[in-house]
Design a protein around this ligand. Structure first.
Ligand code: FAD
Ligand code: 2HG
Ligand code: ZN
Length: 503
């Protein structure tokens, strides 16, 4: 069988055959090939964890998963697939939230990076870490801890997501406010290009203005331009002291003045400012994710903020945070009802658990439609309310349809996570939400994907955030790197039938 490629002008893709498997067996040892084909075939259930995404929303039917251990093996696999026109889905921890990490029914193989999990080098003076792409984010954090360094990126999926996946999605997370995006902290990449060539740009230099910065193209490319096999990244020193607090706000109207006050009064020690609306808070607490406030403290709160400070001297930072909270509560019309400061490491982790556990809580509650958007901060509540209203008007609010519409996210980055929690994924709910949400985002000149990428979920909606000329040049870049369209087909770029025509 042959599958039409996503590119109008490129040849169709081929399905894997037993001869192909025999070729892969020359590259990899048998235990690193999982296939439902051939003499050593496994049951399709063994491939299920690779074929389904974290949310259980996207499902592929790949027959073959390859788990290389070296860059050379990746290169040989890719070179062969390019010659044979076999699609490839690169996969890290498979925690992506836009369906980018699972196949789309074009006969793709999955190349799982999990066996490439060694730290290659760490320089304690510069803080530069060079690691295989398949290193799990948490394992890198653990590796750095005795060296008193931390990863510049951090979020709830840290126990499974991998650094190559983080770079490929340009993951944001809760430290972006302090350390900036991976476009700044990644110093170099090693990438296997779609023809199998190894592009070695594993630089550890802070400054290098010698022409085009090619590595930036692969950060956020979601595996459509090549497979990242190695990452060089700048890691900051561990802060000497970190504290956090959860604040209950009487109304959303307090949020922006509170953010401004926090920036002014906490200044250099403010390291995170996260927003949680009432629905998201209640969900997280209900599903046991971390420690919340007492029922009395929560009473009358419309939303919550998690503030983190990180700095050089504990007494100084705690004094500053205490003064800040006292000042807030002492105002004639306080911006907050109450605030609870963590007293020790357990409480610190527990407050973060409440925020980072929302995604998990949402999944326990039901099936999530996730809209990860950049919009003006002032519109965070309006967008959640408007979406709920839209679902109400369509008669889709209720225990058997949409159970909850909640909002949370990274205030410091202008990034709202609008989550619609349904009993089931249904075409009716999807039709009520899309393009409704994308049009709303378009009205605010926002981004339909702030930090999760486009994957398969939003490829068709790219034009809400990028103009025709931009999309055309993205397509040209894709065709230049991957003329046969083998790398993660169906992801990121809109299928040709949705392609806006150039005037
Ligand atoms: P995968 O899910 O395996 O892949 C993601 C994409 O990258 C796919 O398109 C895949 O093909 C491609 N890819 C993976 N590895 C490679 C590689 N080596 N080379 C080329 N392409 C590759 N995201 C955020 O930005 N911020 C958050 O705060 C955040 N929190 C999350 C919390 C939870 C509980 C969960 C489940 C997800 C969260 N995410 C968040 C989304 C997700 O974790 C990130 O997108 C993460 O960076 C994906 O890494 P991964 O290794 O799981 O990649
Ligand atoms: C977060 O900030 C993640 O917690 C996940 O980006 C958001 O689940 C989501 O929608
Ligand atoms: Zn996020």
């Amino acid at each position: 069988r042959r599958w039409a490629s996503t590119h109008a002008s490129t040849p169709a893709l081929n399905q894997v055959t037993e001869e192909d498997l025999a070729h892969f067996a020359k590259i990899l040892s048998p235990q690193f090939i999982l296939s439902t084909l051939g003499s050593s075939s496994v049951a399709s259930s063994e491939l299920q964890p690779f074929n389904s995404d974290w949310m259980g929303k996207y499902h592929g039917n790949s027959t073959t998963v390859l788990r290389p251990r070296t860059t050379k093996e990746v290169s040989e696999i890719v070179k062969y697939c390019n010659e044979r026109r076999i699609g490839i889905v690169p996969q890290g921890g498979n925690t992506g939230l836009v369906g980018g990490s699972v196949p789309t029914g074009r006969g793709e193989i999955i190349v799982s990076l999990g066996n490439m999990n060694k730290v290659r080098h760490f320089d304690a003076v510069s803080g530069t870490l060079v690691a295989d792409a398949g290193c799990v984010l948490q394992s890198l954090t653990d590796y750095l801890a005795p060296h008193n360094h931390i990863m510049p990126v951090e979020f709830g999926a840290k126990g499974s997501c991998m650094i190559g996946g983080n770079c490929s999605t340009n993951a944001g997370g809760v430290r972006l406010l302090r350390y900036g995006s991976l476009h700044g902290t990644v110093l170099g990449l090693e990438v296997v290009l779609p023809d199998g060539t190894i592009l070695d740009q594993l630089s550890t230099l802070r400054k290098d203005n010698t022409g085009y910065d090619l590595k930036q193209l692969f950060i956020g490319a979601e595996g459509t331009l090549g497979i990242i096999t190695g990452v060089s990244i700048l890691t900051p020193p561990s802060p000497q002291a970190s504290s956090n607090a959860i604040l209950a706000l009487p109304s959303f109207d307090s949020l922006l003045p509170l953010f401004q006050t926090a920036k002014r009064e906490l200044s250099e020690i403010l390291s995170a400012f996260e927003y949680i609306d009432r629905g998201a808070y209640d969900l997280s607490v209900r599903h046991g994710q971390g420690r919340g406030l007492s029922p009395e403290e929560v009473e009358g709160a419309e939303c919550f903020v998690l503030i983190e400070t990180s700095g050089g001297r504990r007494e100084h930072d705690e004094e500053k945070l205490n003064d800040f909270l006292e000042h807030l509560l002492g105002e004639e019309k306080p911006l907050i009802n109450t605030g609870v400061l963590s007293q020790d490491a357990t409480q610190f982790a527990s407050i973060w658990g409440l925020r980072e556990g929302i995604t998990e809580a949402v999944s326990k509650e039901g099936k999530a439609y996730k809209y990860d958007i950049s919009i003006p901060l002032s519109a965070f509540k309006q967008v959640v309310d408007a979406t709920r209203e839209q679902l109400r008007e369509k008669g889709l609010l209720g225990p058997h349809a949409v159970k909850e519409v909640v909002g949370y996210g990274h205030i410091g980055d202008g990034n709202l996570h609008l989550n619609v929690v349904a009993a089931q994924y249904t075409p009716e709910i999807e039709a009520a939400l899309e393009p409704f949400v994308y049009e709303l985002v378009g009205k605010y000149k926002g981004s339909i994907s702030a930090e999760h990428g486009l994957g398969v979920m939003k490829a068709h909606a790219l034009h809400y955030s990028k103009n025709e000329v931009s999309i055309e040049w993205m397509r040209k870049i894709k065709n230049l790197f991957d003329p046969n369209g083998i790398m993660n087909p169906g992801k990121v770029l809109p299928p040709p039938e949705h392609q806006p025509l150039l005037a």
